[in-house]
Design a protein around this ligand. Structure first.
Ligand code: E4P
Length: 218
């Protein structure tokens, strides 16, 4: 399972890039707004800065809600960076725009996916990747990870090429569960990436190794 960073924060992306484990980045209007990015041109510059740090797909979400607007934005976004995935919502307009853009060989990340049926439709419309939102489903009392597992097993059974990206990840246990559920990718906040690395026994063991070595060599 590949790891993407789910952020528009440049420092986090820079640190993630240095680790050498981040294969892509996902952004959305809320993440951009959190960084004070509120204008389309500023979003474009931020995405271009991200693409200079990460040699992988960058998901860029459209901000239109009608089909024509999404198609126009999608066709513009693909000229911003070398490896764009246009992020389109799992709405009627989103699916229609998806079908048009994927015919132009534009890669699409189907976002805001909350059901197997939405994922099946996105796959038919040619989405490169579908993003089931785990945490937001858990928040309303549904089993978000079960959705990841259902989509992954159905896609495998029918040899569907669309990849499954576990999104709305809230903690490092979600990453383990997503990998077990068959997700191809998990997109994680920077804090979760840190949680994945840290373990108190590793820290204690490392301290002990260095203390023992110092004692033996003094
Ligand atoms: C995915 O691409 C989304 O940007 C993201 O995972 C949403 O997560 P949230 O529910 O934490 O906002």
């Amino acid at each position: 399972m590949e790891l993407f960073l789910d952020t528009a924060n440049m420092d986090e992306i820079r640190q993630g890039a240095r680790l050498g484990v981040v294969r892509g980045v996902t952004t959305n209007p809320s993440l951009a707004a959190k960084e004070g990015i509120g204008k389309f041109e500023a979003y474009k510059s931020a995405v271009q800065e991200i693409a200079e740090m990460i040699d992988g797909p960058i998901s860029v979400e459209v901000i239109s809600s009608d089909v024509e607007g999404m198609i126009t934005e999608g066709r513009d976004i693909v000229n911003w960076i070398p490896n764009p995935w246009v992020k389109l919502p799992s709405t009627i307009a989103g699916i229609e725009a998806m079908a048009v853009l994927t015919k132009d060989n534009i890669k699409v990340n189907q976002t805001l996916c909350f059901s197997v049926n939405q994922a099946l439709l996105g796959a038919q419309a040619g989405a490169t990747v579908v993003s089931p939102f785990v945490g937001r489903l858990d928040d309303v009392g549904h089993d978000g990870m079960q959705l990841v597992e259902d989509i992954a097993s159905i896609f495998q059974r029918y040899n569907v090429k669309t990849k499954v990206m576990a999104a709305s990840i809230r903690n490092s246990l979600h990453c383990v569960a997503a990998a077990k559920a068959g997700a191809d990718i998990s997109t994680v906040p920077f804090s979760v990436l840190m949680q994945m690395i840290k373990h108190p026994l590793t820290d204690a063991g490392q301290t002990r190794f260095l203390q023992d070595w110092q004692q033996a060599s003094s």
